[in-house]
Design a protein around this ligand. Structure first.
Ligand SMILES: [Zn+2]
Ligand SMILES: [Zn+2]
Length: 150
């Protein structure tokens, strides 16, 4: 069984449990999500799907992705205030965001995940999710910049 089959079985089960009907449209939205390695927006998925599903609407895509987020199938990601992105990577990880091309890349940082929290943080309450957002300029953009200088 391929990993995509595994993912599809998982989503079928989760939708079943949640009493949500996995319509062909919803399934297509999920498959498109899986084929994206980056962190796509609802608009991006919509544009991709519109070619083969001309009747689909952005609203449907957005609502379906929001429901998938509630079911824990994918994660909604709010980065850089004006963008809502979605993430199929459910492992504990953080994000590096390029301020130039806006690309969002995954970072793993187990030392940070397992570190004891400073007292100033524990004093505020109990932390449930650790998610870091690092901002900078990605290598792709840095390389472009260097080329332009020559
Ligand atoms: Zn970049
Ligand atoms: Zn991610």
């Amino acid at each position: 069984m391929t990993s995509q089959d595994n993912e599809l079985n998982k989503i079928r089960k989760l939708c079943d449990q949640a009493g949500m009907k996995l319509t062909p449209q919803r399934l297509e939205i999920f498959k498109e999500m899986l084929s994206q390695k980056d962190h796509p927006s609802a608009e991006f998925i919509f544009k991709k799907l519109r070619k083969r599903l001309p009747t689909i609407s952005l609203d449907t895509v957005y609502r379906t992705l929001a429901t998938f987020d509630e079911l824990g199938i994918i994660k909604r990601l709010n980065v850089s205030n004006d963008r809502t992105l979605f993430d199929t990577n459910l492992e504990q990880h953080h994000h590096f965001i390029c301020t130039r091309c806006k690309r969002v890349q995954d970072i793993y940082w187990p030392d940070f995940d397992n570190a004891n929290l400073p007292e100033s943080v524990s004093a505020l309450g109990s932390i449930q999710v650790r998610h870091l957002e690092l901002h900078g300029i990605c290598n792709k953009c840095l390389n472009k910049e260097n080329k332009n200088k020559v």
